[in-house]
Each structure stands twice: as structure tokens, then as C-alpha cells.
Design a protein around this ligand. Structure first.
Ligand code: FMN
Length: 378
């Protein structure tokens, strides 16, 4: 990219931006990250409050929560995962959302159905999927998993209706809990992604076969959530090609799939699209545009780009080259919960270390890691 094009269109990560009817104070978001640190009943606790508060105080304009389960049927994926299914869970989030607002931040709840990738379900004990296809790979041990995934129960129409009802109910509860919007998790190999992925969807009904059919559950969820929460509440959707259990996966029809998927998301009524790739700025296929650029081109709604963006210049490059409107930071934000403030004050960033997830990717382990590695102030 030429320098002149950057200068002539210099937007900068610290300029504000609108998503739906919400204005973000800057273009920096915390990416959704599961931290398996809730109480057994799916309510949040003190550690989670401190965790989300520190991102807000650290200058992030937007926080997207970890994936929250949406019903008491089959949506839960992990032990100690937080949920949005009852009053106790709503009340526990209220303190977090008001803390974020006090610091001038905006917070969206990520709504997640684990489907066949469920490693733990307190309510029903097993997972469901579009088809009886055993997931590739192994369960994640840092989320208390062990061994191979189980083959899911095939979803019937009633199960699909319950999924949609779960997303609608969770979105309404998110509004009650003080969230500014919801992000529907359509990525990373979880239930919705299992519907669009050809090899996990062998259905011959209206939810399988063509991409139109494979995206039907997205349409039904997004339009039903919109009808329930109104136009002022933000609804976003996350898409990826790769999955937690199949990182090399690519959309089979490449740009054609991207075009139809992103055009559909806009038509279904989302306020933004969040794309995630290993490296956000790289071409989505062998050459050409990145996934975020394709989302901008065909989705025509604000785009959040995620993946491997660690420093200020990479983040600005994506914004100024019009590849994305907002950048979400994952692991580097865990190492620097005040990344925006540090960058704005030209201070040094810490490196991320996987040691903070070992043996469990929870907040207790991370806090012990920081105590060990960050010299105590005298
Ligand atoms: C510990 C951990 C938990 C994650 N949990 C979620 C999640 O709940 N929902 C989601 O959409 N992505 C999840 N992700 C993926 C991140 O949002 C992000 O896409 C990924 O870390 C790549 O971005 P990065 O290169 O900035 O880290 C998780 C990632 C990590 C490291």
C-alpha cells in the first residue's frame, strides 16, 4: 500500500465511530474471549467484574464479552461458562455493564451456542448438531476438556426452534442487563458455523444443501432477535473461516461464498459484521481481499476486523486502508488490558504469553501469572 493513500485518508484508531445507534469513543474493541470463570450457576463473580472493568478503564471503546450460553437445553459449551438465561445471571451482569458505561465504554454480549463442540453441559449433559458428524480434533483441556468430542444428537425442527427462542430470550435479557447490543456467534466452528460448513451439515431439509439453506438458521435468529429487541439495540454477527477444531478450513466457493454470506447478513438486518482470521490483513483466499475487506465490500455495514493485530501501526493500517472500521484485539489485550491508554501515551506494550492459560484459561490462573511475572511495586 502506498503511504500517500494512508495520509489522504487518515482516520486513526482513536477517532470515534458509530455502530447502529451507538457511538464508540474509539475504534478499539476487546475481542470475545471465553475465560471459564463464572460460578457453577452461570452467574458472574468478582473476578469477572474486575476483568471487564479493567478493559473499560484501560481505554477500550468497545468490549465484546466472552460467549454466553443462551438456553438451558444444549447451548452450554464449557464448565464455568457464564450464561444469559435467568434473572440471577442478568443481575450479575448489571454491575459489569454499569461499570463499563461509567468509564465511557460500550459493551455487547456475545451469544453463543456450542452445538457439537460442547465439552460440558450442566443442563442436558450432551451436545447437538445439524448432523451426526463427530467433530474433528480434541476437546480443549484449558477449558476442562478431555479426549475426543462426542458425536452430537441430530437436531430436529423442535431443537432448531428452541435454539432460535434461546437467542431471542438471551438478547432480551442482555437488554435488561444493560448491554448496548449483542453479537451472535456465527463463527469458529460452534453451532451456527456447523450449519454453514459443508462437512458438518449433511441435512436434506431446508437447513442443508445450498448456502441459502445453510444460512437459514442465521436468518431466523437475526430477524427474530431484531423483532424482539427493536432498532435501537445493536445486533452484530461474527464470521470466520477457520474453526477452533479445524484451523485450515476455507469457504469452498471462496469469494462467491463471502459475497452471498455478507450480503445476506446485511439483508437479515445486522448492524455490524465481525470477521476473524489468523492474520486480519492477509488475503482471505490465495490472493485478493482480506475477509474484513470482503465484509466491507459486500456487507455494507460497519466491520470489526480481528486476528493478529498487536500494535498501533497494524491497527491503523487496517482502518486507513478501509479494510475495517474497528479492530478487535484478543490475546494482546489480555497482556495489556490498558492497550489503548498505553498506545496513546506512547508506553511500551507487554508481550502475550500462553503461560497465562496454563493449565486452565481462567482468570485465577491469569492473575497468578501476572503476580509471578510483573514486579511488585515497592
Ligand atoms: C482464551 C481465548 C478465548 C476465546 N474465546 C472466544 C469466544 O468466547 N468467542 C469468540 O468468538 N472467540 C473467542 N476467541 C477468539 C478471539 O476472539 C480471537 O478471535 C482470537 O484470539 C484471535 O485474535 P488475536 O490474534 O487478537 O488474539 C478466544 C480466544 C482466546 C485466546
Amino acid at each position: 500500500m502506498k503511504n500517500s493513500s494512508i495520509k489522504s485518508n487518515c482516520l486513526h484508531i482513536f477517532s470515534n465511530h458509530k455502530i447502529g445507534k451507538k457511538t464508540l469513543k474509539n475504534r478499539l474493541a476487546v475481542a470475545p474471549m471465553s475465560r471459564v470463570s463464572a460460578n457453577e450457576d452461570g452467574t458472574t463473580g468478582e473476578l469477572m467484574k474486575e476483568y471487564y472493568q479493567s478493559f473499560a478503564q484501560g481505554g477500550f471503546g468497545l468490549i465484546i464479552t466472552e460467549g454466553l450460553y443462551t438456553d438451558k437445553h444444549y447451548s452450554q459449551g464449557y464448565k464455568f461458562q457464564p450464561g444469559l438465561t435467568d434473572t440471577a445471571q442478568v443481575n450479575s451482569w448489571q454491575e459489569i455493564t454499569s461499570t463499563v458505561h461509567k468509564s465511557g465504554g460500550v459493551i455487547f454480549a456475545q451469544l453463543m451456542h456450542a452445538g457439537a463442540l460442547s465439552q460440558y453441559n450442566k443442563y442436558t449433559g450432551h451436545g447437538v448438531g445439524p448432523s451426526a458428524v463427530k467433530p474433528l480434533g480434541k476437546e480443549m483441556t484449558f477449558y476442562y476438556g478431555e479426549g475426543e468430542y462426542s458425536t452430537p444428537k441430530v437436531m430436529n425442527k423442535e431443537d432448531i426452534d428452541n435454539v432460535i427462542k434461546g437467542f431471542v430470550s438471551a438478547a432480551k435479557l442482555a437488554k435488561r442487563a444493560g448491554f448496548d447490543g449483542v453479537e451472535i456467534h456465527g463463527a469458529n466452528g460452534y453451532l451456527l458455523d456447523q450449519f454453514i460448513t459443508v462437512y458438518t451439515n449433511e441435512r436434506i431439509d431446508e437447513y442443508g444443501g445450498s448456502l441459502v439453506n445453510r444460512l437459514r438458521i442465521y436468518e431466523e435468529i437475526i430477524t427474530s432477535v431484531r423483532a424482539a429487541v427493536g432498532d435501537d439495540f445493536v445486533i452484530g454477527i461474527r464470521f470466520s473461516q477457520s474453526k477452533v477444531n479445524d484451523t485450515a478450513y476455507k469457504w469452498p466457493e471462496k469469494e462467491e461464498d463471502a459475497k452471498y454470506t455478507f450480503e445476506s447478513a446485511k439483508k437479515f438486518g445486522v448492524d455490524y459484521i465481525h470477521t476473524t482470521e489468523f492474520i486480519a490483513k492477509e488475503p482471505a483466499f490465495e490472493e485478493g481481499l482480506s475477509l474484513a475487506e470482503l465484509a466491507k465490500k459486500y456487507g455494507e455495514v460497519p466491520v470489526i476486523a480481528n486476528g493478529g493485530v498487536n500494535n498501533e501501526s497494524d491497527a491503523n493500517l487496517l482502518i486507513n486502508a478501509n479494510q475495517a472500521d474497528i479492530i478487535s484485539l484478543g490475546k494482546i489485550a489480555l497482556a495489556n488490558q490498558n492497550w489503548p491508554n498505553l498506545v496513546q501515551n506512547k508506553q511500551k506494550l507487554d508481550e502475550f504469553s500462553f503461560d497465562m492459560f496454563s493449565p486452565i484459561a481462567d482468570l485465577k490462573t491469569a492473575n497468578a501469572f501476572f503476580k509471578r511475572t510483573v514486579p511488585l511495586m515497592s
